[in-house]
Design a protein around this ligand. Structure first.
Ligand code: ADP
Ligand code: MG
Length: 396
């Protein structure tokens, strides 16, 4: 789960990570209320979407920049009006962009230099890794590609926690001395505690900035959480913004379905994440493109399968469906009956290929073949390859 910059900055403040003071607004009537908190002068206006690259983004109405340093409050108000309700396209949103539903008025900092700082999970060593660079404000992927020597990584043993020598190692790599060294020590300690205590999958500050009066401050904030740990953090779940998520994925999560929308035309309904991955691979192998990843789980109920069908069908790009179920815990005949019921209920017109294997598969196939007599869209597949080839052909 991801949250907005303004929410991430509230968490930063709780953990003693210095950030500018800012105020969000969700409707134009809140602009003046938010702006009343600032003295006359420079105010930064920031579009709140769950994607980066906002500063260099463009709105579909032609307005340039999802982050504006406005010289006066009146300019800030005009920038907010141009942003709110409009669609911002950045390198990270894809061409469709994201509608801005919250703007954030932030205190402007006089920037001396911008840095990069993040904490991620290093899966290879199963440890948190702190990534820092003197090249902040730009895409870290570019820095990694062009000047990898400018990126320093420090891995933290989770049993020991972040050590003082590691804080110094990072601070020296970034060139912080004297009071900035002290400020950095406090900031990185707070950031690590946040990462650890809230079960984050990443925290990123880009840019971390030094100011002309020698303060160290997080000007941007990106925080992501491990979904599997959210049950421990109701206060984090409360920050979820469903507007930022694909409605199909939101619906799927209500039924405990593991669904990720993709942009192909062949929908798949599969049990087990590994089988779902290989189903997508084999669709590709035979020249098709998967419309989604969907794992209905090992012991999916009839209701979950029927909900999965409806979610798949709400995707307008779908031209065919491949059901690939291995009956380990599940009885293939019960699945087959559920599929037939769902096809009748939804009046499905699109081609549907079903491949069942495992527990009671022979009877499941009989149920499908019997129903296919009056449901011409329903086809059964014998093997994964056979089923994949059939659906690619039928959906073409
Ligand atoms: P994004 O990464 O989505 O482009 P940022 O929050 O990093 O958005 O903002 C882009 C740039 O705008 C920053 O690199 C920084 O130079 C400037 N900026 C952002 N917030 C402030 C602020 N509070 N004061 C001064 N400059 C800012
Ligand atoms: Mg940024």
């Amino acid at each position: 789960m991801n949250i907005h910059e303004y929410q991430a900055k509230e968490l930063f403040a709780e953990y003693g990570v210095a950030t500018p003071k800012g105020f969000p607004a969700k409707i134009p009537a809140e602009f003046d209320v938010a702006l009343a908190n600032f003295p006359e002068g420079v105010v930064v206006v920031k579009s709140q979407i769950h994607a980066g690259g906002r500063g260099k983004g463009t709105f579909t109405n032609g307005y340039q920049g999802g982050v504006k340093v406005a010289k006066t409050k009146a300019d800030a108000r005009a920038a907010a009006e141009a942003m709110l309700g409009n669609t911002l396209v950045t390198k990270q949103t894809g061409p469709a962009g994201r509608k801005v539903q919250t703007v954030y008025f932030d205190t402007a900092s006089a920037i001396k230099k911008e840095y990069y700082l993040a904490i991620l999970l290093d899966r290879a060593t199963a440890q948190p890794v702190i990534v820092a660079s003197t090249e902040g404000g730009m895409s870290i992927e570019e820095v990694a590609a062009n000047t990898p020597e400018k990126i320093v990584k420090v891995r933290v043993d989770p049993a020991l926690g972040l050590q003082d020598y590691q804080k110094r190692q990072l601070a020296f790599a970034l060139g912080f001395k004297g009071d900035l060294l002290k400020q950095f020590g406090k900031l990185i300690a707070g950031l690590y505690n946040l990462f650890w205590e809230k079960d984050c999958s990443m925290v990123e500050i880009n840019p971390l900035a030094t100011t002309n009066d020698d303060h160290l401050i997080a000007l941007d904030a990106k925080v992501g959480f491990d979904d599997n740990a959210l049950f421990r953090h109701p206060e984090i779940v409360a920050l979820r913004d469903l507007n930022e998520e694909d409605p199909k994925e939101v619906e799927a999560s209500k039924f405990g379905l593991n669904y990720i929308a993709l942009d192909g035309s062949i929908a798949c309904l599969v049990n087990g994440a590994g089988l779902a991955m290989s189903t997508m691979d084999i669709i590709k192998h035979f020249g098709g493109n998967p419309a989604n990843f969907l794992d209905v789980g090992g012991g999916a109920s009839k209701e979950a399968v029927s909900a999965a069908f409806k979610i798949i069908l709400s995707d307008k790009n779908v031209k065919g469906i491949l059901v690939n179920i291995f009956g380990g815990i599940m009885d293939c005949d019960v699945i087959a009956q559920g599929i037939v019921a769902a096809v009748r209920e939804t009046g499905l017109q699109l081609p549907l290929v079903v491949r069942l294997e495992g527990n009671n598969a022979a009877n499941g196939k009989k149920t499908l073949d019997a129903a296919a007599a009056d449901l011409p869209s329903l086809v059964s597949g014998d093997s994964m390859a056979d089923a994949a080839q059939k659906i690619v052909k039928l959906a073409a």
